[in-house]
Design a protein around this ligand. Sequence first.
Ligand code: SF4
Length: 74
Amino acid sequence: MPGLFIDVQVDERVAKDAELARKLSEICAVDIFAQKEDGSLRIVEENLDECVLCDLCIQAAPEGAVRVVKLYED
Ligand code: SF4
């Protein structure tokens, strides 16, 4: 389920990459990414609306693999 204002979508193939999941968990200042027990990526839904649109997660992932979607108009 997306947040009220922000949704973060990650390609399934990339979400299974434990190394990338670790990297994303580290770089997001508002803890939107975490790791499941098997190392794969978990989106922390309750933190989604804290996203500051810094784009660090997008830059850290292969092109197009992470999408931060604004659910509101500017
Ligand atoms: S854009 Fe920044 S704050 Fe938002 S999910 Fe990505 S790393 Fe976290």
